[in-house]
Write a protein that binds this ligand. Structure first.
Ligand code: NI
Length: 139
């Protein structure tokens, strides 16, 4: 861990009290931790704009497992991208629908491409990807 440095910032009182209310609601123990997380989040989002940056993504898929060939296509796609798929979890939501969470690791561009292929499969009712940067402090 790099040397910790202290900085002072100036904020107008209204903005600061709004910030304090927000971080209290979220359960932050102090402003420093909340500011650190804000900075990490902003830096991470900046890194995610680079298709070559390292990242981890979670792709959530909701689909009806009765849709012809869909389960097989989902499995085939995951098996053909072994280097990127690090884990998956399958939950039976009800008698028809399944939720699958596929965790991908790789470059931002690769994850986006794979997530796009998974979520665009016919029969996928809901597809969403959530990515975090694996660059910077997390590399
Ligand atoms: Ni299922």
């Amino acid at each position: 861990m790099a040397k910790v440095e202290r900085v002072g910032i100036s904020l107008d009182g209204r903005l600061l009290s709004m910030f304090d209310r927000l971080i209290a609601k979220q359960g932050y123990p102090n402003r420093s931790e909340a500011f650190r997380d804000l900075i990490r989040d902003r830096l991470g989002r900046e890194e995610l704009a680079n298709p070559a940056a390292k990242a981890v993504g979670a792709v959530f898929l909701v689909y009806d497992h009765h849709t012809a060939n869909l389960t097989q296509k989902l499995l085939d796609l995951q098996h053909s991208h072994l280097l990127k798929v690090v884990a998956s979890i399958h939950i039976h939501l009800d008698e028809h629908d399944c939720l699958e969470a596929v965790i991908l690791k790789g470059k931002v561009g690769e994850i986006e491409k794979m997530a796009g292929r998974l979520t665009s499969l016919k029969g996928v009712k809901l597809g969403r990807v959530n990515m975090i940067s694996a660059e910077g402090e997390l590399a």
